[in-house]
Write a protein that binds this ligand. Sequence first.
Ligand code: FAD
Length: 334
Amino acid sequence: MEANRKILVFVDLPAGELDETGKGLLSYGARLAKILGFSWGAVIPVPPVAEAQEEFGRYGTPSVTLLDGGAELLDLPAHLGSALAALVSETGATLLLLPHNDLGATLAPVAAAKLGSALMTETNSVKNLGSAVELSRQVLGVRLAETRSWDAEQPLVMTVPTRLLSQVLLPSVKPAVPELFVYELNSAPEGATAKVTVRIPPDPQTVDLVDAEVIFSAGKGCDPATFGQLKELCSLLNVSCGVTRPVYDLGYTGFERMVGQTGRTVTPRLYVALGISGSMHHVGGIKDSRRIVSVNLDPKAPIFPNSDEGFVADVKEILPRLIDRAKTAVGGAA
Ligand SMILES: Cc1cc2nc3c(=O)[nH]c(=O)nc-3n(C[C@H](O)[C@H](O)[C@H](O)COP(=O)(O)OP(=O)(O)OC[C@H]3O[C@@H](n4cnc5c(N)ncnc54)[C@H](O)[C@@H]3O)c2cc1C
């Protein structure tokens, strides 16, 4: 592969600020550039506030390009996607990287179609094989792994699941003062047929568990009363609720809430296992969660070695206390 390849990382900067996803993308971009031996830079659709400018430097971002297209740019996906494609073409970039969130997943196919390039969504692994780059992702409800090979000769548009992003500052990445560029866009968008008028986040109570960010799950250690408390807690915290197979078999929930080998394979930021023993059939469906916290009466329960944090405790005692804390927090926030 030629050494003069470049990665452009799209960072949407809500209200000009660098949020968790933005920082995660910069950390990911820096790591990817190192793995592939490419140079890299960020692309932003709105001017950064002063604090965000400093953050770009902390992540060692070599350059930041502002797409100057007016305040409405973020609400015109066709225009913004075309602008990203034009920037890729003009700068000779090889890889356009976006987050796989609502905006990134909308822009990526537009940019790929404009560029006539390949599109790899929800990429969860990138390996430099020397002569090619191997890209992998999970498909069909995270049941199958798909691997593709990219020669890095033709441009590629790639999205990364936001749950895989971490804001870690790599010791090998030195802080930098990024070079700032402005890329002027046409004021009259061509072919912009859709405009975003409102953004509605998914409801954790109904979202498919495969896409859930935080899941609290009940095992057989939860009786019907405790399960009712868990549902109350989930609703207070606005997080998703899951169950093990025996709990599903008891008829507490529908099949779509069951987690594990037969049920959903989940990858949330946080998985809380309450009264779950940790059988291989259940753990197989949660092992790729970013953080697993478990509560079980039995200190020898197999869930503990599979957890980041474990508490030997009675869920019947824990849940009412968590509900009280959540009510105080929600009341305090109101
Ligand atoms: C082919 C096959 C596929 C399967 N697929 C799935 C699947 O997709 N998903 C799945 O979940 N299972 C699946 N199973 C079932 C699986 O093997 C286990 O039987 C199941 O996961 C156990 O569920 P559990 O942890 O809720 O119950 P248990 O194994 O009975 O564990 C209950 C736990 O609760 C603890 N406990 C009890 N009371 C309390 C309390 N008051 N406070 C705190 N802790 C307490 C106990 O110490 C115990 O560890 C499958 C099985 C087979 C054979």
